[in-house]
Design a protein around this ligand. Sequence first.
Ligand code: NAG
Ligand code: NAG
Ligand code: NAG
Ligand code: NAG
Ligand code: NAG
Length: 329
Amino acid sequence: MLRSRSSRMILKLKMLVVLLCVAGIGMYYPFTVPDQRLCACAKCLSEDKELLLLRMNHSYRPFLTPDFVLSQDAFNWWKRLQNEKRTYKTYKIITNNIFKMFPRNPDIIQPKSDRCITCAVVGNSANLRGSHYGPLIDSHEIVIRINRGVTRGFEKDVGNKTTHRVMYPESAMDLDNNTHLVLVPFKMQDIEWLIKAFTTGFKGRSYAPIKSKINAKKNLIMVLNPGFMKYVHEVWLQHNGSYPSTGFMTLILSLHICDEVDVFGYGADSDGNWSHYWEILEDKTLRTGVHPGNYEYAIIQQLAQHQKIQFHTGLIKPKRPNAARWRGG
Ligand SMILES: *[C@@H]1O[C@H](CO)[C@@H](O)[C@H](O)[C@H]1NC(C)=O
Ligand SMILES: *[C@@H]1O[C@H](CO)[C@@H](O)[C@H](O)[C@H]1NC(C)=O
Ligand SMILES: *[C@@H]1O[C@H](CO)[C@@H](O)[C@H](O)[C@H]1NC(C)=O
Ligand SMILES: *[C@@H]1O[C@H](CO)[C@@H](O)[C@H](O)[C@H]1NC(C)=O
Ligand SMILES: *[C@@H]1O[C@H](CO)[C@@H](O)[C@H](O)[C@H]1NC(C)=O
C-alpha cells in the first residue's frame, strides 16, 4: 500500500515535471525526484521485488480494524478451522465489540525512509538451548515471541526483551506493560475471550484450559485478521495442511511489518527432537498435527536462501530438515 502510494506520488511528480517542461517553464528542472527508499536499512523488505515473486502480497491487511470487511469467502475458510458454528452476522457483532475496548488502529511502526525497523522473530524450539543468542535477539527494535516462550532463566539464549507476544486464549500468558498482545483468533470465542479476559473474566470451555483473566495493556492489543490467515494458508502454503501454525503466521506477519527480519528458534534440535527450549517434552512422538510443518520449514529455508530473512538455527543445523516441525499451535 505504501509502496503504491509512494510510486503514485513519484508518478504525479514526473507528470508535473513533464507538464512544466511542455509549458516551457521547467527550463532548469526545478525538482529532484524524492528518494525512493522506503527505509534506512541496507535492504528493505517493503521494497523488495523478489519477495513478490516469493508470494508476498502487500494488499492483505495483517490486523483487524473497524473498517475492514472480511469477505464471505474468507469467513467460510476461517469458520472451518475450529468448527465455528455461528454466522457471519455474529462475527460482525463480536468484532465490532472489540473496537469499543481496544485500539481501532494497530500500534505498528510506519516504515520511513530514515528509519530501519529490525525484527527478531523468536520461536520456541530447543535449538535455542546453549545458543547464546540473547544479546543478538535483544538488539532488535522489535522482538516477537510466541505463545508461552519464556525468557526468565533463559536470557543468555533467548534474551529478555519482548515487544510483541503472539498468542491465542489456550496459549495465553500475562504480559508486562510494554508488550503488545497479538491475538490469533481461530474461532469467535477467541475474540470474545479477549473482551472477557479484560473485564468480568472468561468462563467458557475449550480443548484446553483457558486463563479467565489476563494482565496486559489494553492499548497494545492487536488482532490478526482472519483474511491474513487465509492468505498465509493459500498463498504462502499453497493450501498445504489444514491451516498454518501460529509460528509460521508470525513469521509471515513479520515480513509485512518489519524492514529486516532475523528468525530464531524454528525447527528441531540437532537430533531432530521436538522440544521447547524451556522443557523436555515427554511425548517424543509429537507431530505438528494439522499444520504442514515440513512445508512451512521449506518456505522458511527458501526465504533464507534468498536472503529475505536471516535464519539462525542454533549451534548445530538440524540434520534432517524434513524432521523439522514447529511446535506450539
Ligand atoms: C494480491 O492479492 C490481491 C487480493 O487477493 C489480488 O487481487 C492480487 O492479484 C494479488 N497480487 C498478486 C501479485 O498476486
Ligand atoms: C535485560 O538484560 C539487560 C542486559 O542484558 C539488562 O540491562 C536489562 O535490565 C534487562 N531487562 C530486563 C527487563 O530484565
Ligand atoms: C510498568 O512496569 C514497570 C516494571 O514492571 C513498572 O515499574 C511501571 O510502574 C509500570 N508502569 C505502568 C504504567 O504500569
Ligand atoms: C502443496 O503445495 C504444492 C506447491 O508447492 C502444491 O503443488 C500442492 O498441491 C499442495 N498440496 C495441497 C494438498 O494442496
Ligand atoms: C533427543 O532425544 C533422544 C531420545 O530421548 C535423546 O537421547 C537425545 O539426547 C536428544 N537430543 C538432544 C539434542 O537433546
